[in-house]
Ligand binder design. Sequence first.
Ligand code: NDP
Length: 261
Amino acid sequence: MSSSFLSGKVFLLVTGASQGIGRQIAQSFAPLLGDDSSVLLIARNAGGLQETVNKLPRGLSVHTASIDLSTATAHKLKDVINKVLGAAGAMQFEKAVVVHNAASIGDLTKSTVAMTDFKIWQEYYDLNVFAPAVLNGVFMEIFNDYTKVVRLVINISSFNAIQPYEFMGYYCSGKAAREMFFKVFAIENPNVNVLNYSPGPVDTDMLHAVHTYTSEVKHEETKKFMKNRHVLTTEQTVTRLLEVLKLQKYKSGSHVDYYNN
Ligand code: NDP
């Protein structure tokens, strides 16, 4: 995969594209797509998705689907993608790119010993672990011929997939499980390019939610780390993501952080 990894006729799917990093991914990737490419943006907030669409180049075929990924079935996801593909189907595209970006932070007031409600665990994992796994399977089933379609899978991971933080048991364990899923997927599928990208601390609603609760943190190392972090803009982190993809120095499935060389 070279500098032209988004050239040609591409099908691009981005989850969590109604705001934050997902919106920026759509905005930064879209101008690089070749003629007749299609973009599918998924999130719950239809207004937010439309705002993202308004930031994309005119003339591009952009579709949105207002879906709650924590409850969407494989059948529903398949239907949404197939509707965008139309009669010409998946094989009209040279490349298929899926960005698993949507996520939630979880309840930041709970220490691990207080995380005793199965229902809350299940709801958290439905969105953050099971939904990307199911969507990925559906996507691969549709774009199933690697001799015709080059496939790129980007999981938006986190430093918290490898680094525990106090009061972030849902988020850290979810990010770790999700990243490991994509590592297994990568070794099972050597014909798919898989990247677990950790975007660094980025100025979005999610980071603001984390900051609201940092006063609760007593663990000195965590506190120090959070205080010293230089917050990035969405544009900075997505520009770095594009550079990582262009350079192709990573082994498929590996974790690449914004700050990695
Ligand atoms: P935001 O909270 O700004 O955006 C989250 C996105 O996920 C929104 O578009 C939201 O859309 C979507 N989403 C949430 N719940 C659902 C749902 N049930 N169904 C469908 N879509 C959903 O977060 P960020 O932009 O900061 O986060 C993007 C990614 O980056 C996440 O994977 C996050 O873990 C990761 N990350 C972020 C960091 C940061 O500092 N910001 C640091 C490390 C990783 P809607 O509400 O419309 O459904």
